[in-house]
Design a protein around this ligand. Structure first.
Ligand SMILES: Cc1cc2nc3c(=O)[nH]c(=O)nc-3n(C[C@H](O)[C@H](O)[C@H](O)COP(=O)(O)OP(=O)(O)OC[C@H]3O[C@@H](n4cnc5c(N)ncnc54)[C@H](O)[C@@H]3O)c2cc1C
Length: 245
């Protein structure tokens, strides 16, 4: 928690960073936990013997919402995304641990979010029934320009206060929610599934959700990592309507 060299010229990003930095997670953890009542520790050896049975058991647990066997694993992600994404992310309380960079102990770096041309800019419809459609070229140009100008002004105000000796924790009040932050987020497969069910739009979802695109970008990348670690669990999640057990 110390000062790092400061870049004072704002830079702009339209993507997010998601890295899997640590994990102890596999389909075998689910099977091991589920079978302990009948087979005890010996079940570890059974896992690779009968893949069809393993697949069937995971699917049964998912379908009938026996959730606790999906908790005996751990994944830690490094995520860098705008503060408005973190504000939504940290609403997920159960089965999650967070550590975010400090704006009190270090100077915040001037990296800001500006959507690219793929981001649908215009919201139509009524609450609960929104659809998003592409912006016009003019709206895209305006959004990028106004955001960048606004970020530059805000970061200049932050720098002015720091230069005058104002504490970082006070000066940061002028910074917008488009500022990038970074955090470690640790979860297990069950809490991740609950998050994915709410923060992605997916054709296999039994109950559709309508997340903000930027948190969905984070969720999609997390899901890609998880699917590689726990392919049977991931497939069962999809096959059972993307509802966390
Ligand atoms: C599309 C979308 C729009 C949203 N819009 C808004 C909004 O406008 N305003 C807003 O404030 N939030 C909004 N949210 C956040 C939402 O209300 C939840 O806070 C967030 O999705 C986390 O879900 P959760 O509470 O189920 O998750 P977690 O906190 O991880 O909880 C997991 C589960 O544990 C149980 N649980 C946790 N805490 C309690 C508790 N205190 N009492 C009883 N059971 C508990 C519940 O079963 C819960 O589903 C939105 C979320 C989504 C996905």
């Amino acid at each position: 928690m110390s000062d790092t060299p400061t870049e004072t010229k704002p830079s702009f990003r339209s993507d997010v960073t998601v890295e899997l930095v640590k994990h102890a997670a596999g389909d075998s953890d689910v099977l091991w936990a589920a079978r302990v009542s009948t087979a005890g520790e010996q079940s570890l050896e059974e896992l690779s013997k009968d893949p069809e049975r393993s697949k069937g058991l995971i699917n049964f647990l998912m379908r009938d919402r026996h959730g606790s066997p999906f908790e005996h694993n751990s994944m830690t992600f490094f995520i860098s995304a705008p503060i408005f994404v973190f504000r939504e992310f940290m609403r997920h309380r159960v089965g999650w641990s967070y550590n975010e960079e400090s704006g009190r102990y270090r100077e915040l770096q001037p990296v800001f979010y500006v959507p690219d041309a793929s981001r649908k800019l215009v919201q139509e419809g009524r609450p609960g029934k929104y659809v998003f459609v592409d912006g016009t070229r003019e709206q895209q140009e305006l959004t990028g320009r106004v955001m960048e100008e606004s970020y530059v002004r805000a970061y200049g105000a932050y720098q002015e206060m720091l230069a005058a000796g104002v504490a970082r924790e006070v000066a940061r009040a002028v910074l917008p929610v488009g500022l990038f932050s970074s955090m470690y987020a640790t979860c297990n497969a069950r809490s991740l599934m609950h998050f994915l069910g709410l923060r992605t739009q997916h054709e296999q979802a039994r109950t559709p959700s309508f997340p903000q695109r930027e948190i969905e970008m984070v969720a999609e990348r997390m899901e890609q990592h998880w699917a590689q670690l726990m392919p049977l669990t991931h497939a069962a999640f999809n096959a059972n309507g993307r509802v966390a057990p």
